[in-house]
Design a protein around this ligand. Sequence first.
Ligand code: C2E
Ligand code: CA
Ligand code: CA
Length: 575
Amino acid sequence: MKGTGTQQLAQENERLRRDEKMLRLLCETSSSAFIYYNYLEDRFETMANWDHFFDFSISNMEDLSKLYDRVEEQYEIPLREGLFIEKQKRDRESFEIKLKDRRLYIEVEVNVVYDSDGKPTDKIIRFKDVTKLTAQKDELTYMAYYDTLTGLYNRNYFVRLLGEFLRRAEEETKKVAVMFMDFDDFRRVNDGMGIIAGDELVQLFGQYLAGLMNSNVVISHFSTDIYCIAIYDPCGVRSVDMIYRVIRERLKKPFKMMDGQEVTMTVSVGVSEYPEAAMGTLELINCAEIVMFKAKSRGKDKIQYFDGAILEEFLQTVTIQNKLKEVVFEQNFTMYFQPQYYAGSGKLRGVEALIRWRDNKGDMISPSVFIPIAEKNGTIVPIGNWVIEKSVQTYAQWRDKYHYPLVLSLNVSAVQCKKRGFIDCLMKILEKYDVSPGEIEIEVTETILIDDFSYISEQLNELKQTGVRISLDDFGTGFSSLSYLKGLPIDTLKIDKTFVDTLLTDKNTKIITESIIYMVKRLGYETVAEGVETKEQFQYLKELECDMIQGYYMGRPMPAQGIADILEKLTMKVG
Ligand code: C2E
Ligand code: CA
Ligand code: CA
């Protein structure tokens, strides 16, 4: 009996030792720390990785208060309650706490063991370090809402916040404004100073904008150099106008870059408002963006409020852009020609080639609508080449058939004329149809001179040397002054229709036109009046000794056959 008793005891001891070893191993390899509490003995024990978390140990109930002292205030009550879950008759609880003086997030798990009578017997509290995990979670949340460069909201989250504004505005019948803001000439910084400097500027301005945010004004960094602002119930200090003025005031001062350089910037802003412009988030942003482009085209550093007409114009542009992609030159385009006469003798001087476009549905689209669009997207270059080739070809046919001396006037857009190789291309076409440069007149508008006067006057001089005549179109509508023109190799000035229109009714126009013609003749240029519609206008211009007349009164733009008919009659008379 005794022998088996001792044996049993030895076995029991062995088992306990094994258990203890296992427990120790478990504890040592665990990254967690534990508090063990025995209810019967009212005994506390701290185990495993305890030192990683705390620099005190716990051996009785009072020591627990040290624990409460260590956690950030908002975690104290949850911690107290969590540790005494047996009072709520639960056996398991887990929650997170954060320490006060260290950046340490801890997941606390409490397990209580009850006996068969439902009395708690043991409690084990586990502390697990979840700092890394929490940091990753925080970063993910941050990245989901914020733009890392500027600290402003990112595009997605901005759209969400705007959506919330719109819901609230519907309930409270309030307005919401969206400001779409884009740096002017950002490329100047990016190309001139490098992308890093560009980023720095975006960041500095973003940080400034962040200071304007409040619960009713949310601001986002939308993309590269674009920021979007949503304003709930825009009025008073948070009215669009006020915010714009504040921002503009800031932009008057330069931004100090890390390398010591100072950079100034301007922005173009488009504004749309719920509910007038649109009801949905993306529509509102789109509307604001579209009108922002208008602000740019009005000369930048401006604000443009939403206006239905701008939207329509934009849609028309888009439609025409799409149609331009499909256009088959020979099929959709055709050339019309408008005759030009000498005012004095009434003789035919030449024709101006004017393009006509009939789209696939048969609708006519005016060149004054599609040419500016083609200029913007670059299609003007192939269109312009087609115009030259087609017109010169037609001209050569008339000449070969009627031998009547004519000047062919060709409208050449600034984009086309500035392109290197333009002159070569023109000369090749002239050679191909055996037309001499002296028979050709190139019409350019004053806008061509705007951005690069010296390059363009060089180009025009080169053109002039080939023998081609140069005519300045739409004179009087732009900025050119007569003294400015002196340096340019111009043969002819075309006095714009707007002058001719009011010539006989408006005293000022009359004086201006008279003096223009007088001065221009003194400078040695020829003058053409365009848009002459009545006999009275014609008579009056003739009296003023305007050299040439073009307009509906003498002849409308017509297909090539119309000009052929005129030439037929003229040469018959001669013959
Ligand atoms: P523009 O060069 O000033 O051409 C004169 C415009 O006035 C033409 O309009 C012509 O049809 C119109 N016109 C002529 N006489 C009268 C008149 O007595 N009364 C009225 N109300 N209008 C008159 P169109 O053909 O619609 O062309 C408009 C503009 O489109 C042109 O203005 C020109 O800037 C541009 N354009 C036309 N064809 C071409 C082209 O082949 N190439 C380029 N780059 N531009 C072109
Ligand atoms: Ca013209
Ligand atoms: Ca004109």
